[in-house]
Design a protein around this ligand. Structure first.
Ligand SMILES: *Cc1c(COP(=O)(O)O)cnc(C)c1O
Length: 218
């Protein structure tokens, strides 16, 4: 089933859009099944789960971290994650930069933009992201690779459309404003239910869990 799901999604996904298979809460056998079907990029949202899977599964897997990250958990994530998609505070950004300095590593990150309607949703506001990028030079061990966003949790296509349009427009504005940030070119939008809409709004990376692995059991 996992292989069929992957093949169907890949056949519909425009080339050039990266597929991150979100494997959180799913067992290693499920990840191996996807890996054997050719999938090599996986996303996790809990530090301990990522570390555990990363040490046991094939070493050529590319791991992305996409959950809320506490600064005392960096050592479980940063040795393994190729991309931290979910940076949502300056405090966290500074801690990642410090970790990178101490471990002689440049850490690739996306800044999470708050686009959904939910009050509780994490992420920066536009002004905060502008402020960070104007001071990008202060973060010597961070590579700013782009934005991540999650649309409102709704079936209303118009609302989702508007959320993605907003982040796409802001992304274009930033790329224009900061030409010196040559790696700032990734727009991570789109999940199982809304990725076709995200792709129409410039997504370069979709994060798909349920549509590949089935429902998660919490
Ligand atoms: C869980 C999760 C996903 C995947 O969600 P699905 O609806 O299962 O595709 C994508 N992005 C983030 C940040 C997530 O936490």
């Amino acid at each position: 089933m996992i292989e069929e799901n992957l093949n169907r999604i890949k056949s519909e996904l425009p080339s050039g859009v990266k597929l991150v298979a979100v494997s959180k809460f799913h067992p290693m056998e499920a990840i191996l099944e996807a890996y054997q079907a050719g999938q090599t990029v996986f996303g996790e949202n809990r530090p301990q789960e990522l570390a555990g899977k990363a040490v046991q599964l094939p070493q050529d897997i590319e791991w992305h971290f996409l959950g809320h990250l506490q600064t005392n958990k960096l050592k479980m994530v940063l040795p393994y994650a190729t991309l931290v998609q979910s940076v949502d505070s300056v405090h966290l950004l500074q801690a990642i930069d410090n970790w990178g300095f101490n471990n002689d590593k440049i850490i690739s990150v996306l800044l999470e933009l708050h686009i959904g309607a939910e009050e509780t949703k994490q992420g920066f506001h536009e002004e905060e992201i502008l402020d960070i990028l104007f001071h990008a030079d202060d973060y010597k061990n961070i590579r700013f690779c782009g934005l991540m966003g999650m649309a409102s949790h709704t079936d209303d296509q118009e609302v989702i459309n508007a959320d993605f349009e907003r982040i796409d427009t802001f992304m274009a504005y930033l790329v224009d404003l900061f030409p010196e940030l040559t790696d700032f070119n990734q727009l991570s939008i789109g999940m199982s239910d809304d990725w076709p809409i995200a792709v129409r709004h410039g997504s370069t990376m979709v994060r798909i869990g349920t549509a590949i692995f089935g429902a998660r059991e919490y």
